[in-house]
Write a protein that binds this ligand. Structure first.
Ligand code: SF4
Length: 210
């Protein structure tokens, strides 16, 4: 009796599978749109999340009421009182002209400590602890002669090590320095273009910083 039942049960298995398959097949027209919708929603969320991650920092900054700034200057100008940098920060000129819809607050100001820039390794930490959203490498690193050969390294290091945005430039490049460096061909290599662009203002502003 028990054996017969087992045999009957075994014979029914293919039938049950067939019914299950047919049942699922009938549901396919209803399940397919749901699956498609789920996939689209997931893809949209994932793409949006990635985009947000990439631009979150800059949007965060532009939405902040006050953006906190740290400035690192070239040690050759260590006795500089910061007149041009602070004026540009106050007037939102030069590299500070990018902050159109936020107030600015200076939370750190120091030098690189001399070639090859030993202070770069540590000073970012203190500035970030003090709330710095953006660290600016001063225009002096660009216009001094010769310009600092480590600017790109400083920028990459601070960005990666402290996860903070780094901008090259503070006050507008004074016109007299632009004339000198153009004559000397200092910035003729295309690699300088992205480094000097933030501090390159219009001629009238540049002359005001001579
Ligand atoms: S040239 Fe560069 S490394 Fe040397 S003192 Fe100036 S900023 Fe520092």
């Amino acid at each position: 009796m028990t054996r017969n039942l087992r045999i009957t049960s075994r014979r029914r298995r293919p039938l049950i599978c067939l019914y299950s398959f047919a049942f699922l097949f009938c549901l396919l027209p209803f399940l397919a749109p749901l699956w498609l919708q789920f996939t689209l929603i997931y893809a949209h969320t994932f793409t949006r999340h990635s985009t947000l991650n990439h631009s979150a920092k800059s949007r965060e900054i532009s939405m902040k009421k006050t953006t906190k700034i740290g400035i690192i200057i070239c040690d050759r100008y260590r006795t500089c009182a910061g007149g041009k940098c602070l004026r540009a920060l106050r007037n939102k000129e030069g590299a500070f002209s990018m902050y159109t819809d936020t107030d600015l607050e200076l939370v750190g100001y120091t030098t690189c400590a001399g070639c090859p820039g030993g202070n770069i390794e540590y000073t970012g930490e203190e500035m970030v602890k003090n709330g710095a959203d953006v660290i600016h490498l001063a225009t002096g690193m660009l216009v001094g002669y010769p310009p600092c050969p480590h600017i790109q390294t400083f920028k990459d290091f601070i960005t990666m090590r402290y996860g903070v945005q780094v901008v090259v430039g503070t006050h507008p490049i004074p016109q007299k320095y632009l004339d000198l460096h153009t004559g000397l061909g200092t910035w003729s290599n295309p690699s300088w273009a992205p480094l000097i662009e933030q501090a390159m203002s219009d001629e009238q502003t540049r002359k005001a910083y001579d």
